[in-house]
Design a protein around this ligand. Structure first.
Ligand SMILES: [Fe+2]
Length: 369
């Protein structure tokens, strides 16, 4: 810290935001990076180039509220340190976010849903928008699509006196490293994966219509191929539908990753039929997806939508099969960065030889709407 400015970890900033502590987060990255993803509620100044060339006057242009700590943010934590140094000279209580947005990639928040027999905690990786879940019933818990460090789920279970019984994934992920194998090992719980012969680690197979009981609750698997061939949706107590990357609250999953154009078309057709299966469920079924396309706010609001509402608002769900396939093929977004390396690690079930954030940094590009 050459200029004497202090720094703050992503975990501390995450906790401040979760606890609603007043803080002025100031993003100083280039505009294109800002547009890709950002910290919810953060402010922006287009200062990157000027700070790089030593033009500190740019910091005079930022209107900082009085008596609120400021956290400056850049991509890796260097330019934000320069910005913090300048603000410090003005007498501002300021911290630079250590490791920048790369470190922020692992930040998370949570929101809860309680309903009779079961409690659902949505654990949201705020930057990437990955949504994972802890489902609890009668002192037993199931973790679904673990995408933040295993310790987060372990701590949550411990605080609530829940014993993690099962760890499940909806599919082999391409946009984040699955923490499920590691979490299952650490908690000595049973790891379930959809039926496939791709991964190279031990797991229990879960296939269409199979059920898992925990506490007084039950999860049933619904095989929903399309996004990937093994993709599986889980329904909790016939009410809550965990759709992974098959169905989002405002769109559907992409069918193209690791597939050539013929395979992509075939998978789009499978996706159509899988979605028909889900759409046949009662309209009041609650969809809890595997992703959201925007950074997740620290608002404790569960990201959810009823199947009935989704049917009305997502127009492409009302297309026929042929139209649907065409729409999906036209709407495929740019491929997510590093997805091949991420899949490779997820097939191994081990990423201990790398720093996860190096592979996972950036926003999510999963949905087609
Ligand atoms: Fe996915």
């Amino acid at each position: 810290m050459k200029n004497g400015a202090m720094s703050i970890t992503a975990e501390t900033l995450r906790t401040w935001l979760e606890e609603d502590k007043p803080v002025f987060v100031l993003d100083v990255r280039p505009r294109d990076q800002r547009e890709e993803w950002q910290i919810p509620g953060s402010h922006y100044v287009d200062a990157y180039q000027r700070l790089k060339v030593g033009d500190m006057s740019v910091m005079d242009e930022v209107r900082i509220p009085a008596n609120i700590p400021v956290v400056t943010v850049c991509e890796a934590g260097r330019t934000s340190m320069i910005a913090a140094g300048e603000l410090m000279k003005k007498g501002v209580e300021v911290y630079s976010l250590q490791g920048g947005m790369k470190a922020w990639s692992l930040a998370w928040n949570e929101a809860e849903l309680k309903n009779g027999k079961a409690e659902i905690v949505q654990v949201r990786r705020t930057g990437k928008g990955c949504l994972s879940y802890v489902l609890a019933s009668g002192g037993e818990a199931v973790v679904l699509d673990a995408s933040v460090e295993p310790e987060v789920y372990i701590k949550l279970a411990k605080e609530n006196n829940w014993q993690i019984k099962y760890v499940l994934d909806t599919h082999i992920h391409a946009d984040h490293l699955s923490r499920s194998p590691q979490l299952a090992r650490m908690t000595k719980s049973e790891l379930f994966m959809p039926d496939q012969d791709k991964v190279n680690f031990p797991f229990h197979t879960i296939s269409d219509n199979q059920t898992l009981k925990f506490g007084s609750s039950v999860i049933r698997a619904i095989h929903t191929p399309g996004h990937t061939l093994e993709s599986t949706t889980y329904i909790l107590n016939d009410k809550y539908l965990f759709t992974g990357d098959t169905l989002f609250i405002n769109g559907v999953g992409r069918p193209d990753l690791k597939a050539d154009s013929d395979a992509t078309r075939a998978r789009a057709g499978l996706l159509f039929r899988s979605l028909q299966k889900l759409l046949a469920l009662p309209g009041e079924t609650i969809v809890l997806p595997g992703h959201t396309s925007k950074p997740v706010e620290f608002d404790n609001e569960v990201i959810q939508r009823s199947l009935g509402d989704i049917k009305v608002s997502v127009e492409m769900l009302r297309l026929n099969e042929e139209e649907f396939i065409d729409r999906v093929l036209q709407g495929i977004p740019a491929t997510p960065p590093n997805y091949l390396s991420i899949i490779e690690k997820n097939l191994k079930g081990d990423y201990s030889d790398i720093n996860p954030v190096d592979l996972e940094a950036g926003a999510n590009r999963c949905a087609i709407s």
